[in-house]
Design a protein around this ligand. Structure first.
Ligand SMILES: Cc1ncc(COP(=O)(O)O)c(C=O)c1O
Length: 386
C-alpha cells in the first residue's frame, strides 16, 4: 500500500476535513485531529464491501459464524487470548458500549472512576447520566504518565465501575501487566466492575499489549470493548463488540442493547470486520512500519522546534505534545495553533484534568502532510516573540 499518496477526503462528509469550520472556525487548517487515518483501507476490506454492495438487496442481516470466528481468530493471533463465541456481544460502537455500561451497571449517583486526561466520551458517559465522577488523574513522573494507585484505591472504595482506557488515549500509555494486575486486584477487592476500552490495542509501538481480561483477577469482573475500526481505518462503517467471560455480567450488560434495539447488524459492518481480521495482516504490517516512520520524522522535526516537546509514544497514532513552555493560556494555545500555525489539533484541555498546556496530534496521514505541518509550526514558533 502506498501510504504516501494523498487522497482528498474533502466532500465525503468526513468529520476530519468537512467539519473544520464548525470545529476551528476556518477550513484553512491542516486537520490533525479526530482519530481516523487518511489512508485507504486494505484491498481485502475494499473488495469485501464492493462484493457485498454489488448484491442489490440490503435487507435485515444476521450475525453469522464467520463474523464470530474472525474475532476469535484475531484475539488469539494478535493478543494470544483464547476467547469463546459465547463471550462476544456485538455492539455498534465503543462509545455506545461505554455509555450503556454506565447505564446498565450503575444507578444515579454511583461512583465511576476515569483516568484523566482522557478521551472526552469517558467524561460524558459519567456526567450525562448523573453518576458521580471519580477522577483518578494520571501523574507525570520523569516524563512518563503513571497511575496514582493510592488515589485509585481511595476512589475504588466509592466506586461501582471503572472506565479504563488501555492503551490510553491521549497519553498513549501501554499499561504493563504489573499495572493491570494492581488495578484488577483493587477493583476485585472493592466490588468494582471494569470496562476496558482496548480499541487501540493493535497499534503498539513500544512494548507489548496485554488484554485486561486475560488476568486471572480481572476475567470475572471485566467487560472488554474492542473493534476493527482504529486498526483497519473503518470507523465510519461502525462495528464494535464486547467480550465478557462472566455470563451473568454479560447478560446484565447486553440486556440494555436488546431493550434499545441496538443489536441489528449492518451487512457492510459484518463483511468489513471479517475482511479486517482475516485478510488484512499484510496491510497492517505495512501500516505499522509507515506510522513508525511518521513518528520518527515528527521526533526529528520537533527536536528542532523550541518549546514544544513530544511525549514518548507507546501506542496509538496520537502524539501528545507538551506545549507548556510556550507559557500560553489554553485559549491562546488553541488560537496559536489555528490562526498562526494553521493546524487543526485537539486541545489538551478537551481531555479534562491534566490536559492543560498540551495538544494532541494525529499522525496517521501522509508524510508530506506532516512535513507541511511541521514547516508551518517551525516557522511560526521561530517568528513568535516572547
Ligand atoms: C479510546 C477510544 N475509544 C473509543 C473511540 C471511538 O470508538 P467508536 O467510534 O467505536 O465509538 C475512540 C476514538 O477515537 C477512542 O480513542
Amino acid at each position: 500500500m502506498n501510504f504516501d499518496k494523498i487522497i482528498s477526503r474533502e466532500g465525503t462528509h468526513t468529520e476530519k476535513y468537512d467539519q473544520r469550520v464548525q470545529k476551528f472556525g476556518t477550513d484553512d487548517v491542516i486537520p490533525l485531529w479526530v482519530a481516523d487515518m487518511d489512508f485507504p483501507s486494505s484491498p481485502a476490506i475494499q473488495e469485501a464491501i464492493i462484493n457485498r454492495v454489488k448484491h442489490p438487496i440490503y435487507g435485515y442481516t444476521r450475525y453469522y459464524d464467520e463474523y464470530f470466528a474472525s474475532i476469535l481468530k484475531w484475539m488469539q493471533k494478535a493478543h494470544n487470548w483464547k476467547i469463546q463465541k459465547e463471550w462476544i456481544a456485538p455492539i455498534n460502537a465503543i462509545v455506545t458500549g461505554l455509555n450503556l455500561a454506565v447505564e446498565a451497571l450503575t444507578k444515579k449517583g454511583d461512583g465511576v472512576i476515569i483516568q484523566p486526561p482522557i478521551y472526552p466520551p469517558f467524561y460524558e458517559a459519567v456526567k450525562r447520566q448523573k453518576r458521580t465522577l471519580l477522577e483518578n488523574e494520571l501523574k507525570l513522573v520523569d516524563g512518563r504518565y503513571e497511575i496514582d494507585f493510592e488515589d485509585f484505591e481511595k476512589k475504588a472504595k466509592l466506586a461501582k465501575l471503572f472506565l479504563f482506557c488501555s492503551p490510553h488515549n491521549p497519553t498513549s500509555r501501554l499499561w504493563s501487566k504489573k499495572e493491570l494486575e494492581k488495578l484488577a486486584q483493587i477493583c476485585k477487592q472493592n466490588g468494582v466492575i471494569i470496562v476496558s476500552d482496548e480499541v487501540h490495542a493493535d497499534l503498539v509501538f513500544d512494548g507489548e499489549f496485554t488484554p485486561m481480561a486475560t488476568l486471572q483477577s480481572a476475567k470475572n469482573i471485566t467487560i472488554t470493548l474492542n473493534a476493527p475500526s482504529k486498526t483497519f481505518n473503518i470507523a465510519g462503517i461502525v462495528s464494535a463488540y464486547a467480550i465478557v467471560e462472566n455470563s451473568s455480567l454479560k447478560r446484565k450488560f447486553y440486556e440494555i442493547f436488546q431493550r434499545y434495539s441496538l443489536t441489528e447488524p449492518s451487512p457492510i459492518s459484518l463483511c468489513a470486520t471479517v475482511a479486517s481480521y482475516t485478510k488484512s495482516d499484510k496491510w497492517l504490517e505495512e501500516l505499522l512500519i509507515y506510522l513508525r516512520g511518521n513518528l520518527e520524522y515528527l521526533h526529528t522535526r520537533l527536536s528542532k522546534i523550541p518549546k514544544i516537546k513530544a511525549m514518548p509514544l507507546e501506542a496509538t497514532f496520537l502524539l501528545w505534545l507538551d506545549c507548556k513552555e510556550l507559557g500560553f493560556t489554553d485559549k491562546k494555545l488553541e488560537q496559536f495553533f489555528i490562526k498562526d500555525a494553521k493546524l487543526g489539533l485537539n486541545t489538551g484541555v478537551s481531555f479534562g484534568k491534566g490536559g492543560e498546556g498540551f495538544m494532541r496530534l494525529n499522525f496517521a496521514t501522509s508524510r508530506l502532510v506532516l512535513k507541511d505541518a511541521m514547516d508551518k509550526l517551525e516557522s511560526c514558533i521561530k517568528n513568535h516573540k516572547g
